[in-house]
Each structure stands twice: as structure tokens, then as C-alpha cells.
Design a protein around this ligand. Structure first.
Ligand SMILES: Cc1cc2nc3c(=O)[nH]c(=O)nc-3n(C[C@H](O)[C@H](O)[C@H](O)COP(=O)(O)O)c2cc1C
Length: 349
């Protein structure tokens, strides 16, 4: 009897002690589950932070500048990255469908791929990715010099991409060759682009080299800190290689035009009309401040809110005067503008 009482007591003790340990271990589990949940939350928070950081860094999103480049061995990529950093632009790589191997790039051998492509005027190597440039006004286009010129894949890119009316700044890297032959190729490949004088870099260009060059361009980049002051009372019409300075009227139309030009140049294909003006569509509308007027040589006006007319002779109509070209008379302006249609590039200094 005593024995069985002792056994019962031992069993009870075992149950109590066992229950205590089970409860403890459950409690520990709960704590550690809570810890896991907490660490998940922390992880999520840090993911959120990363997203925020990405958005913060991408200051040019929705704005107007992109760096687009092709690089076979990394030199042009390095320069492209520095430009991106300097102006805080978006960046895209032109990726060949068939990657260039080191054998393809061996230009000591006439039979290798890159050399054959460069010698074939119709070669247009395929591109793997498509790059949407529709939101950009200014594009930095980078490439290595191959046989003194642009690699043919850059022409493939231009075939695939509508760059008309955009401002494009070429840049290249090379062993020693300059950029001008490739610039001429690009210009003659698409003349509807506002080409800005480009620059050649060595593969080891520094951040300082890039900054100095970009500052010298005097373009207005949304992400760049040191944008120069833009004079609000003048803009330039580039025509047939000449810069005509337009002193602006003080009205809401010129204010809106100057704002637009801060985002990039505007290219107008202007038609000869009436023996007194060149007129063409802006491609967007501006506020009007129309008044009946008789034009004189050098007057620049807004016509129907969305076209620019540059007058070299008199006409009476209701226009919004935008400004006057400085230091020109009828004969001088006629000789600059020529007889037929002309391309007018509106830009800021
Ligand atoms: C096929 C080929 C042709 C080249 N032709 C020239 C040339 O004519 N002049 C020159 O200075 N460098 C030439 N180079 C050297 C490249 O321009 C230079 O290494 C460039 O920085 C490479 O840029 P990446 O690394 O972005 O591809 C050539 C390179 C290759 C692969």
C-alpha cells in the first residue's frame, strides 16, 4: 500500500514537473516565434527602405535626360556611369543579341566579326533589348570607336528608335581616335536630331573630366546641381548653322516657351510661306496673347498657339509676338534663311 502511494506521488510529481517543462518550452517557442515575426518585420522594413532609396536616387524619373550606351569591353560603360552620376540621369545599355566575344573584337584580324561588320555598310547587328526614349528630351549616346567610326550596332539602335526632335550628345571612348568621323556618320544618318558637339574620352576618364565637359555643354539638366542662370529674356534660333538671338517680349507665351526650352531644344521644320516668313509647328501649344500687328524683318511670333513664324518681310495679322531677332535687316535675314524650307532649332544659351 505504502509502495503504491509512493508510486502515485512519483507519477504526480513527474506530471507536474513534465507539465512545467512543456509549458516553458512552449513559452520559449512563442518568444522565438515572436522574434522571427519581428525579424520579418525588420526585413520588410529594410526592403521598404531599399525601395524608398531607389526612388530617392532616381531623381530624373519622369524628367528628361537619359544616358544610353553600347560597350563591348567596359570602357564606355565606365564613362556612361560617371555621366549618369554627374547629371543624375536614367541609364540604359544597348545589349547586342549576340554578345561580342574577344575573338569577335580582335581587330588585328580582318576576318573577325566586328571588323567585318564595320566594313559592311549594310550591317545592322541585332539588339536584344528595346529602349523607350519617348520620355526623354536629352540623350547622351555613348559607344566605343571601331575602325574610326560608330559601331554598326549604334545605327541599329537609331533604326529602332525615334530620336527626331531630341537633343543628342554623343560621347565615345577609343584608343586614340577622335570622335568627329563618328559624329558626321550620326549626323548624316539622322538630321532631324539636334546634335550637340560630342566628346571622346580615354577608357580611364575621371569624374572631374566628365564634370568639366558637362559644365561646358551649358545644357540644363534637371538633376544637376550647378545649372547656370538662364536669361529669361532671350532665346536662340539656330538656322543653317547660325545662332540668331531673339530678345523676348514680356508675356505668358514667352515665359511658357522658355520653360519648355529648359527641358531641351525644340526643332521645327519650317516652311517658306508668302515670300515673307518661315513657319512651322512647335509640336505643342503655348498660351496666346494675340494682337493685330504688321510684322517686320526679324519678328518671331506665335501663330494659332502652336506654330512659330519667323518673318523677314511684312504681313498684317493677329499674332502673339514672342520677340525680335537682334541685328538683322530684311536682306541679311533672307540670305541666312535661304529660299526654301528650313530647320529651326529653338534653344537657350
Ligand atoms: C573592333 C575594334 C575596332 C577599334 N578601332 C579603333 C580605332 O579605330 N581607333 C581607336 O582609337 N581605337 C579603336 N578601338 C579601341 C576601342 O575604341 C577602345 O578600346 C574603347 O575604349 C573600347 O570601349 P568599350 O570597352 O566600351 O568597348 C577598337 C576596338 C575594337 C574592338
Amino acid at each position: 500500500m505504502k509502495k503504491s502511494i509512493a508510486l502515485i506521488i512519483i507519477i504526480i510529481v513527474i506530471i507536474i514537473v513534465g507539465g512545467f517543462f512543456i509549458m516553458r518550452s512552449n513559452k520559449t517557442k512563442q518568444v522565438s516565434t515572436a522574434n522571427i515575426t519581428e525579424s520579418n518585420i525588420l526585413q520588410n522594413e529594410s526592403t521598404d527602405n531599399k525601395t524608398e532609396e531607389k526612388i530617392d536616387n532616381n531623381k530624373t524619373e519622369g524628367k528628361s535626360v537619359a544616358v544610353i550606351y553600347f560597350s563591348a569591353t567596359g570602357n564606355t560603360k565606365q564613362v556612361a556611369d560617371l555621366i549618369k552620376e554627374e547629371i543624375n540621369a536614367d541609364i540604359y545599355e544597348i545589349i547586342p543579341k549576340e554578345k561580342y566575344t574577344s575573338e569577335d573584337l580582335n581587330y588585328g584580324d580582318d576576318t573577325t566579326r566586328a571588323t567585318r561588320e564595320q566594313k559592311d555598310k549594310n550591317a545592322r547587328p541585332e539588339i536584344e533589348n528595346s529602349i523607350d526614349v519617348s520620355n526623354y528630351d536629352v540623350i547622351f549616346l555613348g559607344y566605343p570607336i571601331w575602325w574610326g567610326d560608330v559601331p554598326k550596332i549604334i545605327l541599329s539602335f537609331m533604326d529602332n528608335t525615334n530620336l527626331d526632335g531630341k537633343t543628342v550628345v554623343p560621347f565615345c571612348t577609343s584608343g586614340s581616335s577622335g570622335i568627329s568621323t563618328s559624329e558626321n556618320t550620326l549626323k548624316s544618318y539622322n538630321d532631324n536630331i539636334n546634335w550637340v558637339k560630342g566628346n571622346r574620352f580615354s577608357g580611364s576618364a575621371s569624374k572631374e573630366n566628365i564634370k568639366t565637359w558637362i559644365d561646358s555643354l551649358e545644357l540644363n539638366f534637371p538633376g544637376q546641381n550647378n545649372v547656370g542662370e538662364i536669361s529669361m529674356n532671350e532665346f536662340i534660333i539656330e538656322v543653317n548653322g547660325r545662332d540668331l538671338i531673339v530678345k523676348t517680349e514680356n508675356n505668358s507665351s514667352t515665359e511658357a516657351l522658355i520653360e519648355k526650352l529648359k527641358d531641351g531644344n525644340v526643332v521645327i521644320n519650317a516652311n517658306e510661306y508668302g515670300n515673307f516668313e518661315k513657319v512651322g509647328s512647335l509640336g505643342f501649344s503655348l498660351p496666346t496673347n494675340n494682337k493685330q500687328m504688321t510684322t517686320k524683318a526679324g519678328d518671331v511670333v506665335l501663330y494659332q498657339g502652336n506654330s512659330i513664324s519667323l518673318f523677314y518681310g511684312p504681313n498684317s495679322w493677329s499674332y502673339t509676338k514672342l520677340g525680335e531677332i537682334e541685328n538683322v535687316d530684311e536682306d541679311k535675314l533672307k540670305s541666312i534663311l535661304g529660299d526654301g524650307n528650313v530647320k529651326l532649332t529653338l534653344k537657350l544659351k
